[in-house]
Design a protein around this ligand. Structure first.
Ligand SMILES: Cc1cc2nc3c(=O)[nH]c(=O)nc-3n(C[C@H](O)[C@H](O)[C@H](O)COP(=O)(O)OP(=O)(O)OC[C@H]3O[C@@H](n4cnc5c(N)ncnc54)[C@H](O)[C@@H]3O)c2cc1C
Length: 377
């Protein structure tokens, strides 16, 4: 039996290792193969990008060799899928190979799509890739004062990143001794400062306390790069000296162009995580269309549920549990304080006051992540 995992990021890696442990006897006897196809030989710890953008981490600290994170029984190739042939239970890869599967899990992640807003790619700094995070840091270093606008499009991965980068910028400018010369202004598309109500209730007074201004119901429409003006769909605009954007995301092109899901989001059953209408195709991580946070922890908890279910299908022919929508996100609330949000389909988050202890725990997790990816946490 071939179990194919497409994508070697957070979801795919945790799922593959989880399955390799559960199915060790079947792998050893040759009854099962676990095949992983990915697009990169390196694995990036993406939360590191926030720190790279403010000069607190070097880019190389974010990477590990993907092979080193995987159980030796997993057959890993850097050979991205170019075509999904779901009716034939096969995929075609960049190298021209056709790989057949009995069960497939898709975890190809998501990408920012600044091109959907005129002027955004040219006019704004972003930090969701290594190159853009490094570029943003260099721009920050040359910035001597003025209005910094942080603007957010939805959906995007990491629900907390817009708040975190805003708090981190507050500290960055304080450390440079120019906070009094900088106006920090935050815009968000819905009628509060965060999509999760309790997080918004916690964050708005923090913004007030730190002198960060904000504007809600602001959906990016266009950036007038020449005049440094950001306009909204609602008819408002804001001038900026430095624009920092978290553009709306899409799934990967191979998903979008292959017709697996609109804008690259694959229709996915919210508890069983199978692709709607397919019983042997599972989806996890950012590329599902489930309306929950696109976060590493979502991918992690989905991978654990799927690992248990796919192993059970191999061993007894039926899945054994549901995914309950569990998500856990740290929220870096400045350079030395953090809090967290933990929630699921039935229970909303209830973030507590930020503390140093949680900040240190988050810093520790930045290192522990590699154990988590190996499936050891
Ligand atoms: C700045 C930033 C901060 C973040 N902070 C947090 C945080 O604090 N907490 C948290 O929980 N989450 C955080 N996240 C989000 C988290 O990193 C993602 O949600 C998570 O990585 C999603 O996992 P995934 O497996 O779906 O996708 P990814 O981890 O993005 O992996 C996708 C994989 O698919 C591969 N791939 C792509 N195309 C193909 C193809 N055609 N064929 C085969 N393979 C392919 C890629 O090479 C990659 O290995 C953050 C993200 C960013 C950018």
């Amino acid at each position: 039996m071939n179990i194919l995992i497409v994508g070697g990021g957070m979801g795919g890696t945790i799922l593959a290792n989880n399955l390799a442990r559960r199915l060790n006897p079947e792998l050893k006897s040759g009854k099962v193969r676990i095949i992983m196809l990915s697009a990169s030989e390196r694995h990036m710890y993406q939360p590191g990008l926030l720190y790279v953008a403010v000069g607190k981490m070097m880019p190389d600290e974010m990477y590990r060799d993907q092979r080193s994170l995987l159980e030796p029984t997993i057959e890993f190739s850097v050979d991205p899928v170019e075509q999904f042939n779901l009716d034939q239970n096969s995929v075609k890869t960049k190298s021209g190979a056709t790989i057949k599967y009995d069960i497939m899990a898709i975890a190809t992640g998501s990408r920012m799509a600044p091109e959907t807003i005129p002027g955004l790619a040219e006019g704004a700094e972003t930090f969701y890739t290594e190159d853009t995070a490094v570029k943003m840091f260099k721009t920050l270093q040359g910035f001597q004062g003025g209005k910094v606008v942080i603007t957010v499009g939805v959906p995007h991965k990491c629900p907390m990143a817009p708040l975190e980068i805003t708090f981190m910028l507050n500290d960055y400018f304080k450390e440079r001794g120019i906070r009094d010369k900088v106006q920090l202004h935050y815009t968000y598309p819905i009628g509060r400062v965060h999509s999760l109500e309790n997080v918004a209730k916690w964050a708005a007074p923090e913004f007030d306390r730190l002198g960060i201004t904000y504007e809600t119901l602001f959906n990016m429409k266009e950036v007038d790069v020449a005049n440094k003006v950001l306009r909204s769909e609602e008819g408002t605009d804001t001038k900026y000296d430095l624009l920092i954007a978290i553009p709306a995301h899409r799934g990967m092109e191979v998903i979008e162009k292959g017709g697996l899901g609109q804008n690259g989001w694959i229709p996915t059953n919210r508890t069983r995580l199978n692709m709607e209408g397919r019983n042997n195709v599972y989806v996890l991580g950012d590329t599902t269309n489930i309306p929950i946070s696109k976060a590493g922890s979502t991918a992690h908890f989905e991978a654990e549920a799927l690992g248990e279910n796919i192993a059970a299908i191999v061993k007894v022919g039926t899945p054994v549990r549901d995914y309950d929508g569990k998500v856990f996100c740290f929220i870096q609330a400045g350079k030395d304080k953090a809090t967290y949000a933990s929630f699921n389909y039935s229970n909303p988050p209830d973030p507590k006051a930020p503390s140093r202890a949680i900040h240190w725990f988050k810093l520790a997790y930045n290192k522990l992540y590699w154990s988590s990816a190996r499936g050891l946490l």
